[in-house]
Design a protein around this ligand. Structure first.
Ligand code: GLP
Length: 238
């Protein structure tokens, strides 16, 4: 059963999340963080920046990455994580991985990423946002609840939602590598944030709906330790 915390603002959510990260890193300076991209985790990163923690030994694994963007593209999740997380929070770049970053063949990238996570001892705290389709990572509706890191096709809805980061919809990639729902469920603690009315239906489905591949976020109900931090608008259909 997820613990749902309804807060007054995204900033407050960021502070609560930062508290969890701070406690984890105090106990384990080389903790393994699961990193999400998108707009949702930004208040968490901002709150962590304000706390000026020493995160230099923290290891990180991004949830997902686009396929097909040129190396160094500013909207590749590798670049986004570097710009929004690694640099401002003082993580060590070599300790942060993104799916497919080993440069090997795409068909082996998923298994290689799973191995890397396992070798790190697994993810301690997985930060998650949720898409309007109910996706977590890029596990779109229909993703197996047991799935591992693999290539996926993005839905049109997700491409449209993410087009705001690109000059045009046409430039939004069509494929990605994403940790699977099974991968995410192996993290020891899930920390899901959602803000705004547009996420209300996905949050209601994820927290209270049936556990179903049609709403991948509902997989969180299979996990024993989940913290969901939402604002009033995202909680409005609970
Ligand atoms: C993106 C990412 C997800 C993210 C979700 C929500 O496409 N792949 O990891 O959680 O969709 O994005 P946002 O936080 O910008 O609403």
């Amino acid at each position: 059963m997820a613990e749902v915390v309804i807060v007054g603002s995204a900033d407050e959510a960021g502070e609560l999340g930062a508290e969890l990260v701070q406690r984890l890193v105090a106990a384990r300076p080389d903790a393994v963080l699961g990193l999400a991209t998108g707009s949702t985790p930004l208040p968490l990163w901002q709150a962590l920046i304000r706390r000026r923690l020493d995160l230099s030994r923290v290891r990180g694994f991004a949830l997902d990455e686009y396929i097909g963007l040129p190396t160094g593209h500013p909207e590749s999740y590798r670049a986004v994580i570097a710009r929004e997380v690694v640099e401002p929070l003082g993580l060590t770049p070599e300790l942060v991985r993104v799916p497919g970053d080993d440069g090997g063949p795409l068909e082996l990238a998923g298994a290689a990423y799973e191995r890397a996570i396992a070798e790190a001892g697994g993810v301690d705290l997985q930060v998650l946002g949720i898409g309007r389709t109910g996706h977590i990572g890029f596990n779109e509706p229909g993703s197996s609840l047991a799935s591992t890191t693999r290539v996926k096709t993005l839905t049109e809805q997700t491409r449209v939602d993410n087009a705001r980061f690109f000059p045009s919809l046409d430039e939004v990639p069509r494929h990605c590598l994403t940790q699977g729902l099974g991968t995410i469920l192996r993290a020891r603690h899930l920390l899901l944030f959602a803000f705004g009315e547009a996420k209300a239906s996905a949050i209601a489905g994820a927290v209270e709906g049936p556990v179903t591949a049609s709403l991948p976020g509902s997989a969180i109900q299979l996990h024993p330790l989940v913290t969901v931090i939402v604002d009033e608008a995202a909680a409005s259909q609970l």
